[in-house]
Write a protein that binds this ligand. Sequence first.
Ligand code: AMP
Length: 221
Amino acid sequence: MACHIVMLGPPGAGKGTQAKRLAAVRGVPHVSTGDMLREAVQSGTPLGRRVQAVLDSGALVSDEIVADLVRERLTRPDARAGVVLDGFPRTVAQAQTLDTLLGNADALVIVDLAVSATDLIRRLSLRRVCAACGTIVALVEAGATEVCAQCGGALTQRSDDREEVVRERLAVYERSTAPLVDYYRERASYRTIDGAQSPDAVAGAVAAAIDETAAVIGQDR
Ligand code: AMP
């Protein structure tokens, strides 16, 4: 049975970093709807042109658009053993779509990273992404000029990590995505993790949570 993992949590909670690590450890694809949408914008595809303004504003793109992206991605052969989903679902409607897509044949583990709003704003203002290899880097101090430790590439700031957009994204999270916790909370495969810990400690807690839920996988959905 395939085991799909959802990384839940507000922007800046560490979903991307943890999802990439987890996917590498488990040898399954990392599926980030945000990355897919940013790639579409960068490549100038019709989809990219449709969603660029929405991404820049911090709002959510439509449930239909992301559902189509995820549906297509999950049908590829490399997703058969499971994927780590990062940034999807973000609304209750998307979570319902995911349940329908997986049916009863596949298990779903939900890992929710909890971080306080103050920490999120600080983290997002210091977050940089390597333009060459995509590694996510936390600057030690604002304004520090650094290069990627992995590949020496230039570090860039995501356009939606500017402070005014960050506040909108956190408001959107509270309004649209936080209700997902209620949708998932009763499931035995739902776990909350303290995302304020070091990345290594969070990764350890995530791995332990997934192992713990292994016993109940497939029986509560
Ligand atoms: P992320 O990289 O996950 O922070 O996503 C960046 C942006 O992409 C979000 O602020 C939304 O505009 C859009 N986006 C990503 N995933 C979704 C989703 N599941 N539903 C709607 N919009 C999304």
